[in-house]
Design a protein around this ligand. Structure first.
Ligand code: ADP
Ligand code: MG
Length: 463
């Protein structure tokens, strides 16, 4: 059994169910060690993560394993040996050795936790771009063509146009892929260009470490010597004032020197709560592009292309089925495809539409026309409220939580904009929608009742 593909499918699903922060912190570096004799062994990089998985996420992992067809009696959590962690780092992130030589400041000294495997992981990942993400294997279609064109232009001559480039849009639609493709393309042309790719969570963590260990100047030096600075998922910087200040100064220094800055987010700058005004206005200086989930045809092309990397050519019926099955999230689409390929691989059969239906079922298939009204009605019904109550003025807890859950589902399933979500629930102010979605995202990770309610509502919506 191919545990890697199976775990990839499981993680893909978990990623959709927890907040990005939780996913990156607790799940990203886990592994499936074995599935044998009724026992599933999950590896975690350190004791801290192991404990959290046991305490907080055991149910979620158990449920997701079952969803992926794994039968077992117990789950055991193990700490991964440091050597396997290192291997994974090398597998995943191509460490840009040349850059390190060209820029000695960017050496391991930046992180003060030298020696710990965690520290070296952070380090390699920050300077490393995943070489899997290129322009060549990015399928251009509706929803991403503008972003693609802007990224191409930047890769041609960084810093010349669209500075900063601010890409925003829902989860799993190719933001990270595109911005990493810019980095990879620039490096391919000129090994001496200093690219710094970092998620905003890593940026925050390193900044805090730098203060804690009084290495502030090293930290600033690394970021300010970038020729191209790529910051992924900037929304997590919300509320972190000191980090925002630091980033503001980095931004100015680079921008003044005509260095390229690329930023992504799940929403536009004006919808990131507690973003300082001066940073917001900086983000709005250049070009902001809204990326949308690709349409049916583009999804079909993506499926064919991904299957191609497994040396498979899929029959058209199967491609159609998959493209309908997952509509909004390419990461999820990839997960489903990998799950299917692993399933067929193990049995030595050819993937067909019938096999896909048998494995994935039709029931879960997304109806094409799920709309906001259905979500609101279904949520009201689940909580035994009337729609009027749900969208009405009352602020009792019994109504507020269901209302927030409805907002969350509108965001996660239909990818509506926050102003639209607010309107659907009878709210004038769209920041209410932002806070509600965030609150439920967090609560989902530890509140079983919330998670079950969401799963139940979704199940019925898609039944
Ligand atoms: P985001 O950063 O927007 O959440 P990612 O860039 O991580 O999304 O994309 C999720 C997955 O989907 C990645 O594996 C990526 O390669 C793939 N993907 C997304 N859009 C495309 C596309 N247009 N062509 C090929 N692969 C894509
Ligand atoms: Mg991303």
């Amino acid at each position: 059994m191919d545990t890697t593909s199976l775990w990839q499918a499981v993680l893909g699903e978990i990623e959709l169910g927890v907040s990005k922060g939780n996913y990156v912190t607790w799940f990203k570096n886990t592994r499936l060690l074995k599935v044998k004799d009724g026992c599933v062994q999950v590896g975690a990089p350190n004791i801290f993560i192991k404990q959290q998985l046991e305490k907080k996420f055991d149910d979620l992992i158990a449920e997701t394993l079952r969803n992926n067809g794994v039968k077992y009696e117990k789950i055991e959590y193990r700490i991964l040996p440091a050597s396997s962690l290192h291997r994974r780092v090398e597998d995943e992130a191509i460490v840009l050795q040349n850059q390190q030589q060209a820029n000695p400041k960017a050496g391991p000294g930046v992180s003060s936790r030298q020696g710990a495997s965690h520290s070296s992981f952070t380090h390699s990942y920050r300077l490393g771009l995943n070489e899997r993400y290129t322009f060549d294997n990015f399928i251009v279609g509706s929803g991403n063509e503008l972003a693609y064109a802007a990224c191409q232009a930047i890769a041609q001559s960084p810093g010349a146009k669209y500075n900063p480039l601010f890409l925003y849009g829902g989860v799993g639609i190719g933001k990270t892929h595109l911005i990493q493709a810019v980095g990879n393309s620039v490096v391919a042309k000129n090994q001496n260009v200093n690219i710094v790719y970092v998620s905003s969570e890593q940026f925050i963590q390193e900044f805090l470490d730098a203060i804690r260990y009084k290495k502030n100047t090293d930290f600033a030096g690394v970021y300010r010597s970038a020729d191209v600075l790529i910051i992924d998922d900037i929304q997590f910087i919300a509320g972190k004032e000191k980090t925002q200040d630091e980033f503001f100064h980095t931004f100015n220094a680079l921008h003044q020197a005509n260095k390229q800055i690329i930023i992504t987010s799940d929403r536009q700058p004006k919808d990131i709560p507690t973003l300082t005004d001066r940073l917001r206005s900086r983000f709005e200086w250049g070009m902001a592009i809204d990326m949308q989930a690709p349409d049916f045809e583009t999804r079909c092309a993506i499926i064919q292309s991904k299957a191609g990397t497994h040396n498979l050519s899929l029959e058209p019926d199967l491609v159609d089925h998959l493209a309908n099955y997952v509509q909004n999230n390419i990461r999820e689409l990839e997960g489903v495809l990998n799950q299917l390929i692993a399933f067929c691989d193990m049995r030595g059969i050819v993937p067909t539409a019938e096999v896909a239906v048998a494995l994935l079922g039709n029931a879960k298939a997304r109806p094409k026309h799920l709309n906001a009204k259905q979500v609101v009605e279904r949520t009201a019904k689940h909580f035994q409220l009337t729609v009027d109550e749900l969208v009405g003025p009352k602020r009792d807890k019994e109504i507020v939580v269901p209302r927030q859950i409805a907002m969350y589902i509108l965001r996660s399933e239909l990818h509506l904009s926050f102003p639209k979500i607010a309107r659907e629930l009878g709210r004038k102010d769209h920041t209410t929608a932002i806070h509600s979605v965030e609150k439920i995202e967090k609560e989902k990770a530890f509140d079983n009742e919330v998670r079950i309610a969401i799963a139940d509502i979704k199940e019925r919506l898609y039944a």
